[in-house]
Structure formats: C-alpha cells, structure tokens
Ligand binder design. Structure first.
Ligand SMILES: [Zn+2]
Length: 113
C-alpha cells in the first residue's frame, strides 16, 4: 500500500512547515489530492493517524480537498473531465489529451498552535 509512504511524506512536510513557524502542535492539515494522482483519499485518511503519532501532528485533523481531473484535447482543444480511465477525447475521439488538473498531491495549509 503506497499510501502509507505518501502519508508519511505529507506528515513530514506539514511537520517541517510547523517547525519553521516555531509551532509545538499542529491543529489541522489541509491536503489536496487530485483524481489522477493515483492515491486513494480514504487510504490517506486511514494512514494519517498512525503516521502522525509521535509527531507535531498527533491528534490533528486532516482535511482532504479532492481535485477532479480536467484535460484538454491537443487536436480539437475541447476541455473535458478526466479520470484515470479516460484515454480519448470525448469530443473528437483523439488520443492526445493534456492533463490540466488532477495530479495534485500536496499540503496546502497547516494550522498550528
Ligand atoms: Zn478532441
């Protein structure tokens, strides 16, 4: 389950940010997860408690912001919703899709005491 390693990574980033601000306790963490990031948000939630134990994030609240996938066709320039199974443009059937949004996996906000 690679979400465990990713969650550890996110916890580390949030903890570093908190330390840089001189915080002793993190209250909440906001994380963006894109639909195309290859990560199951529920798994990150599941791993968060274990990963945050013994860190500044212990007992903090995890807020996940889910970013839907969007793409644009190189051929007809139509924009469309994308999920991991989308391979062709819904408008023209072309296979050249640019991913505009949905690969996010990042800590966007750390609220500290
Ligand atoms: Zn197209």
């Amino acid at each position: 389950m690679h979400e465990l390693g990713l969650t550890q990574h996110l916890v580390k980033i949030a903890e570093d940010a908190a330390r840089q601000n001189g915080a002793t306790q993190v209250r909440s963490v906001k994380v963006e997860i894109g639909a195309l990031a290859g990560v199951v948000p529920e798994s990150v939630e599941f791993c968060f408690e274990a990963c945050s134990r013994g860190t500044l994030l212990e007992g903090s609240r995890l807020e996940i912001i889910f970013i839907p996938g969007r793409g644009r066709c190189y051929d007809c320039h139509a924009e469309c919703a994308l999920d991991t199974y989308t391979v062709a443009c819904p408008a023209c059937g072309g296979f050249s899709l640019e991913r505009l949004q949905g690969e996010e996996l990042r800590v966007v906000e750390v609220e500290v005491d």
